[in-house]
Design a protein around this ligand. Structure first.
Ligand code: DX5
Ligand code: ZN
Length: 224
């Protein structure tokens, strides 16, 4: 029904070779390649890890044609998220637990030409944000506690994906339902069954011998 989107997370890539790592999941003999590149921005405050920020995203935008899906795990996204949209990120996702005015934030992101994404941590409920999500283009359901790659998938979050899917299918929301954390060959099918549209995968792609082949295989599994 929905064409699955595959978004490799460069969190598990080699940060000294980012341009090549982006190219490694592009279109090629294995298939059409990544739909989006997932870029995890962490500030060591909202999450206990530190990754990269706007200067690196600006360089990535010049280094790849794959649309960038920026996942901001940072405090005060009301202040910082707009820069990523203005730089040219395709989708900019902020955490509902960190945003002070998520509706205004979505409006600002869209006005700057980006899609607006809202993320919810595993223990954050979905229902209180249904009205807020009317202003958003993507919902990022976290299936691990944000902060690190390589953690185990938490299947209980799929209830939130199912709830979002049914509100989309009944026309109450217009959202890409995205999932992030622990997605691999063993878990992607249950996420697809729950109605997820977009699958982020870090270690399952960049930990593989052939990242492009890993993307192609995940796509095939999500399509079943
Ligand atoms: C975790 C990040 C994820 C991470 C996923 O906080 O948001 O995007 O890269 O990594 P895997 O796929 O290895 O769980
Ligand atoms: Zn992420």
């Amino acid at each position: 029904v929905h064409q699955p989107l595959i978004a490799p997370s460069i969190l598990s890539a080699d940060f000294a070779r980012l341009a090549q790592e982006c190219a490694a999941v592009g279109a090629g003999p294995a298939g059409p390649g990544a739909d989006w590149l997932h870029v995890d921005v962490m500030d060591a405050h909202f999450v206990p890890n530190l990754t990269l920020g706007l200067p690196v995203v600006q360089s990535l935008l010049k280094a790849t044609d794959i649309p960038l899906d920026c996942h901001l795990m940072i405090d005060d996204p009301d202040r910082w998220a707009i820069g990523y949209a203005e730089a040219g990120a395709y989708n900019v996702t902020v955490h509902v637990e960190a945003a002070k005015d998520p509706i205004q934030l979505a409006k600002n992101l869209r006005a700057a030409g980006a899609k607006a994404g809202l993320s919810i941590k595993p223990n954050t409920p979905f229902e209180p944000y249904v009205d807020v999500l009317k202003h958003y283009d993507t919902l990022l359901v976290m299936s691990v506690e944000p902060g690190f790659g390589g953690q185990s998938f938490r299947p209980e979050v799929l209830d939130k994906a199912r709830a979002a899917r049914s509100l989309v299918d009944t026309g109450h929301l217009t959202l890409v339902v995205e999932i992030d954390g622990g997605i691999n060959a063993d878990t992607i099918e249950q996420a697809a069954e729950a109605g997820v549209d977009c699958f982020v995968a870090g270690s399952a792609v960049y930990g593989a011998e052939d990242p492009a082949l890993a993307v192609a295989k995940l796509r095939e599994q999500a399509n079943q």
